[in-house]
Design a protein around this ligand. Sequence first.
Ligand code: P70
Length: 464
Amino acid sequence: MAKKKEKKRSWAEPFKIKVVEPIKMTTREHREKAMKQAGYNTFLLKSEDVYIDLLTDSGTNAMSDRQWAGMMLGDEAYAGSKNFYYLESNVKKYYGMPYFVPMHQGRAAEHIISKILIKPGDYVAGNMYFTTTKLHQELAGATFVDVIIKEAHKPSNTHKFKGNIDIQKLEDLINKVGAKKLAYISMAGPVNMAGGQPFSMENLKAVRKLAKKYGVKMWFDATRVMENAYFIKVREKGYENKSLQVILKEMCSYFDGLWVSAKKDLMVNIGGIFATRSKKVFDAARNMVVVYEGLHTYGGLAGRDMEAMARGMEEMVSFDNIKARVGQVEYLGNRLKEFGIPFVKPIGGHAIFLDAKAFLPHIPQDEFPAQTLAAEIYIDSGVRTMERGIVSAGRNKKTGEHNYPKLELVRITLPRRVYTQAHIDVTAESVAEVFENRKKIKGLKMVYEPAYLRFFQGRFERLK
Ligand code: P70
């Protein structure tokens, strides 16, 4: 008997829209002016001048009705807010960490953990760097060493787990500097700067084994961990029948502690998590938080923020939710593929990363191809994206020269539950339009460079 042909059925987001925020399209002339005034830096644009804002998925997500309802239940007591205790119990439940300190956002936790664990002259090994993470590690006196697998640096390489650590590279580093000098292994999943690429559970277990052998601590940047958990479920053998909640708990079980920018997975506008299984580190962090953030039961947050975080955590483990999120990123990637546009493969969890070196091969890296491309996309359509290349990579601490990263990317980031498929179509068509006219595009020169995290406030002018 002939096999029945399977019908392909579409799927849709597991939510509907209840509140809307108007956005407006501007003229090209207006955007040309706005971009020039913003020094060709999309971080310096006024949000009012943006049509579709794909700068980041950080703090820009749509909260659910349940989260908004929770905002009215904020217990704004200075000490011992009930929202804190609810959040603390959820941190235990979902991340499996017994000790928790709230922080206002991710980099606050990065600052505090770096100060606690790093002594000047130490090293930190990581699976590629993240801008704020690395800066705090360096400010505490460490040298950061990238031990990600080499495939991660190649945009067209389709390795399923490009966020993996190269175990040999890590062991070589331990042997070279000595285990005592390695403050900790800093592992992020998925890896933002590599294109939202996940690590596998198998790799994580191998890193744990090595860390145990040498007595090295492991800390986890779990900012977008749900996307990594999703990729483990759909790509790694043995995990297909496990729930995301179980995968998340297993991932966290291999670490000594973690931090989270809650502005991503937890779908809130502000918030951060610092959590650990070490009582000693917890005591130190709980004491430092009162110096830098606020009392240890609010850490720079309002009670209502902590309530929204606790509720967001319950929503983030939903398979349908994360499938819709990653599915939307995939949809954008597939549209761009139709136009032949070069971007990082495989398609990552939170964003599409355009390969600016391949997009604008006539612009040398020190004329900032990714910065240029982000500006051109904005001018074309009012779609705001972000540079993730030489500007983000900063300068070499010793020589003062630019760091020249292999990846010169523009990130088109999708906030959670915010935009529709039509917004994604408009975005893809705008990138295609810029691609068609790419040969006419000229690079930029930097005219103002701040000391730290220069990509946020740096200013540029167009080269003639
Ligand atoms: C983004 C945001 C924040 C972030 C992150 C990872 C993997 C820590 C943090 C810090 C915001 C951002 C930050 C620096 C440069 C550009 C944009 N990422 N770890 O858009 O958390 O922002 O809460 O302090 O992605 O990727 P926080």
